[in-house]
Design a protein around this ligand. Structure first.
Ligand SMILES: [Zn+2]
Ligand SMILES: [Zn+2]
Length: 334
């Protein structure tokens, strides 16, 4: 074969796998799509057939209605055109997968979004050796070092307990982050009821249906102000500063996002308690993953390509940047 991975073609709207006649996470409707996970910038509506994990298909069904789903469980291999396709855990959100593509003796792994830290709501990332690793790079700058999640949760609980007349309103993306924050609180011994904004309700229910226990959850809407004192309320980031939050008892505004590492972002959103909790790997996780996977080539997509390109050059790893469009970090979409 001519060039490594010559059967994979990057286009602005996604990665085209020629011998499968299928696209990975296309941002435009396509006849055949392989979808890494349920976030809206990866899982669009309007495709013909969709290959994805059963959990991702369930998330897409909640958001878009029933899909022409072809469920592929972790570890199972299916044939799409002339390509063997399998899905392995990416550790990003429930059902998130790296997609393994094998054709004529070459193996390409598309990570989708991923992280390496433990997450009680999803299966951990699996290192898969390959020829070409197509990796995300959302936090691909050395300044991004996410702190330990447990210590961020402890800061949240400390703040909650030190001001019992107030509530703590946590902005968290509705798919993945909201459920992870709740599960991390439970793991830290917080068993009080947690209140939610209507926008996160359906996905919390779905997580529970799929076996992720989240404990005592109650709607914030309609709950008397006094009942919410000393309690945690989870809402999508867009609700932090809108009229909805006025019903809450003097909320401490918090937000759980990798971007909270940047003070300016916290200030822009009037966030009093920034919590650096990310579903994407930080610089150390990204570079460690490349070292552990040890691919012959790294293709870098969606995020800060430059610094990771430079790091690969320093480590004698052949790298290339793909200029895909239409991907945003979910923390920025609300
Ligand atoms: Zn994502
Ligand atoms: Zn993404």
């Amino acid at each position: 074969m001519a060039r490594l991975g010559s059967w994979i073609e990057p286009f602005p709207e996604g990665i085209y796998v020629k011998p499968a006649d299928a696209w990975v996470d296309p941002s435009q409707p396509k006849p055949q799509a392989l979808v890494t996970h349920g976030h809206a910038d990866h899982a669009r509506s309007g495709h013909g057939a969709v290959w994805a994990t059963p959990e991702t298909l369930a998330i897409m069904a909640v958001r878009y209605g029933e899909q022409q789903g072809r469920p592929v469980a972790y570890g199972e291999t299916v044939r799409v055109g002339e390509v063997d396709v399998s899905f392995v855990p990416a550790g990003h959100v429930l059902g998130s997968a790296q997609i393994i593509l094998e054709y004529k003796g070459e193996r390409v792994v598309v990570t989708g979004d991923y992280k390496r830290r433990p997450d009680p709501t999803c299966a951990p990332f699996v290192v898969t050796p390959c020829d070409v690793l197509i990796t995300e790079a959302t936090f691909g700058l050395p300044v991004f070092t996410h702190p330990d999640t447990g210590s961020e949760i402890d800061r949240l609980l400390h703040r909650l307990h030190s001001e019992p007349e107030r509530c703590v309103l946590v902005g968290a993306y509705a798919l993945g982050k909201a459920q992870r924050v709740i599960a991390e609180l439970r793991a830290r011994g917080h068993h009080e009821p947690i209140y939610y904004h209507g926008a996160v309700e359906r996905l919390c229910k779905l997580y529970e249906d799929l076996g992720v226990s989240l404990g005592d959850l109650r709607p914030a809407t309609g709950a008397p102000k006094d009942e919410l004192k000393g309690k945690i309320v989870i809402a999508p980031p867009s609700a932090l500063n809108d009229r909805w939050s006025r019903r809450l008892p003097d909320p401490v505004t918090a937000m759980a996002s990798g971007w909270m590492r940047i003070r300016q972002r916290a200030r822009q959103r009037n966030v009093e308690l920034p919590l650096v909790i990310s579903d994407h790997g930080d610089w150390e996780e990204l570079t460690r993953t490349i070292r552990e996977v040890a691919p012959r080539e790294v293709w870098i997509t969606h995020g800060r390509e430059d610094a990771l390109m430079h790091w690969c050059a320093m480590h004698q790893i052949k790298a290339r940047e793909l200029n895909l469009v239409g991907y945003e970090d979910e923390d920025e979409m609300d």
